[in-house]
Every structure is written in structure tokens, then in C-alpha cells.
Design a protein around this ligand. Structure first.
Ligand SMILES: NC(=O)c1ccc[n+]([C@@H]2O[C@H](COP(=O)([O-])OP(=O)(O)OC[C@H]3O[C@@H](n4cnc5c(N)ncnc54)[C@H](OP(=O)(O)O)[C@@H]3O)[C@@H](O)[C@H]2O)c1
Length: 240
């Protein structure tokens, strides 16, 4: 199968690429990002790096013909492009909206128009997102409502006649934990944050295994909560 990983240069994207290169059912991996995606440093002995195609996109509002050609005929996409809470203050909120919502909406629409059927679109959201857009939590209210709008857009899109029966899935991880990949300060800060707001935790390799599994084998359910990501990921990793 041909898999697109959008946001391939990020924290989760790198691990998804690493695992996908060793996955026997994945024959082609298109790494979609605004810059080149390197081969991950810690690939397994069975990894096939010739499967990896880095697709650099300069405009996520209007994909160029060459990027569209790279994406065409895909069977699934794992979408990981977003602004995470730690980077929220680095840009105006309008820019955060554009990247989180507009880029995702255009990616989903463009890909479904040129993909194989069925096309699976796995979106990674966050644990505390409430799909009711009128609910404004006390912590990061604008950002939480934005993530809720993205989830609703994806679910609504899948119900439209022009969605070509796209199968969509929303993954809602809590804190994604990878001690070897995080600074000591980040580990301490995230542990405090986690206990303050009661955020659950999933290991990086677990969520990557789950996202890959849903893309390859089909979507277990429309919304995968943190506990589902842990359960599915652990089962896959134990059996490998
Ligand atoms: N990390 C966590 O603990 C955690 C927890 C819950 C949910 N999530 C969700 O999981 C998803 C992936 O998170 P992550 O930790 O992998 O995030 P990340 O490391 O920040 O990666 C985000 C990806 O989005 C790309 N991106 C950012 N701004 C962009 C722009 N203006 N144009 C094009 N691409 C852009 C980044 O590209 P560059 O590499 O070029 O910047 C990168 O590929 C996100 O939706 C996040 O909210 C993460």
C-alpha cells in the first residue's frame, strides 16, 4: 500500500516513518512536509529506505502539480501537521488556525480527489478536545475550540457525496512520551502539566504503531482515545 505521512519531519512523524519503512504491507511512503524528510536515524535492520519519497510542499493551500503527482494513488494518510501548544505563542492565532484547520481541510480534500478507494485519513488531535464547539475549557480555550473545529470538519467531510467514501479516524493522544527523545526539562514540565490537568500518556512507539495499523488494516473506530492508542499499540509491539 501507498502511505502518505503529512508532517513527516515532526516528533510523531519521524517515528511513523521509522516504523513504516519496516512494515511489510507498506510498499511506498510519501513524506509530505515543508522541508526534506531525512531517513530516521534509528531504522531497524529490516527497513527498506527505498520506499521513502520526500515530497516538499511550498504551499499547503494549493498543492503544486508535482506534489499532487507524488500523492496520487495513495491508500491512506496519517496527518500530523499542526501547531502544538508549546509553539502557540510563536505566531499570531490566525496563522495557527490556517495551519491547523485550513491545511488539514485542503490536504484531506486534495488527497481524496486523487487517491485509491477506500482512502483512509487518520488525523491526530488531542485528549481534551470536546466536539461541542460551544464548550470553552479554562485552559487554552481558543486552541481547544480550534481542534474541535478541525475534528468536526473531518467528520463532516467524510459524510459529503464528494468525499469518495473516505474513511476517517480521529486519534486523541494525551501526552506523547519518549524519554530518549525529550530533554530532562521537557520531561519534568510535561509531568507537572499532566498531573495538573489529568492528561493521560502514550509512548511514542505505541501511538506510531497504532496510527500505522489503522492506516494499513482499517479503522477500528472513528475516535481513538488515549487508552485505545495504548491498547492497540502495545498489542502490535508485543507481537512484533
Ligand atoms: N507531542 C505530543 O505530546 C502530542 C500530544 C497530543 C497531540 N499531539 C498532536 O500530534 C500531532 C503531531 O505532533 P508532533 O508532536 O509530531 O508535532 P511537531 O513535532 O511539532 O510536528 C508538527 C509537524 O507539522 C509541521 N508544520 C508545522 N508548521 C508548519 C507549517 N507552517 N507548514 C507546514 N508544516 C508545518 C512541522 O514541520 P517542521 O518540522 O518543518 O516544523 C512538523 O512536520 C499534532 O497534531 C499534535 O497536536 C501531540
Amino acid at each position: 500500500m501507498k502511505l502518505i505521512v503529512a508532517g513527516a519531519t515532526g516528533f510523531v512523524g519521524t517515528e511513523v516513518i521509522r516504523q513504516a519503512l519496516s512494515h511489510p504491507a507498506v510498499t511506498s511512503v510519501v513524506a509530505l512536509a515543508r522541508r526534506a524528510t531525512p531517513v530516521p536515524a534509528n531504522i531497524g535492520p529490516d527497513a527498506n529506505v527505498s520506499k521513502l519519497k520526500s515530497a516538499i510542499c511550498n504551499d499547503f493551500d494549493n498543492y503544486s502539480e508535482s506534489v499532487k503527482a507524488d500523492l496520487a494513488g495513495a491508500d491512506a494518510c496519517i496527518w500530523l501537521i499542526a501547531i502544538t501548544p508549546s509553539k502557540l505563542r510563536t505566531m499570531p492565532f490566525e496563522q495557527v488556525e490556517k495551519i491547523c484547520l485550513d491545511y488539514t481541510a485542503n490536504g484531506l480534500k486534495t488527497m481524496t480527489g486523487i487517491s485509491n478507494k477506500p482512502f483512509r485519513f487518520i488525523y491526530t488531535s488531542g485528549d481534551k478536545v470536546n466536539r461541542d464547539e460551544t464548550v470553552r475549557p479554562w485552559i487554552m480555550p481558543d486552541y481547544s475550540v480550534l481542534r474541535s473545529r478541525v475534528e468536526n470538519h473531518i467528520l463532516d467531510f467524510a459524510k459529503q457525496p464528494d468525499s469518495r467514501d473516505a474513511q476517517v479516524c480521529i486519534a486523541r493522544p494525551g501526552l506523547i512520551y519518549a524519554p530518549g527523545h525529550m530533554s530532562a526539562l521537557t520531561v519534568v514540565a510535561s509531568t507537572i502539566m499532566r498531573s495538573l490537568i489529568g492528561l493521560p500518556r502514550v509512548e511514542l512507539d505505541e501511538i506510531a504503531a497504532t496510527l500505522l495499523n489503522q492506516a494499513v488494516n482499517g479503522i477500528e473506530k472513528e475516535t481513538l482515545l488515549n487508552e485505545d492508542l495504548v491498547r492497540i499499540g502495545r498489542k502490535i509491539l508485543r507481537s512484533s
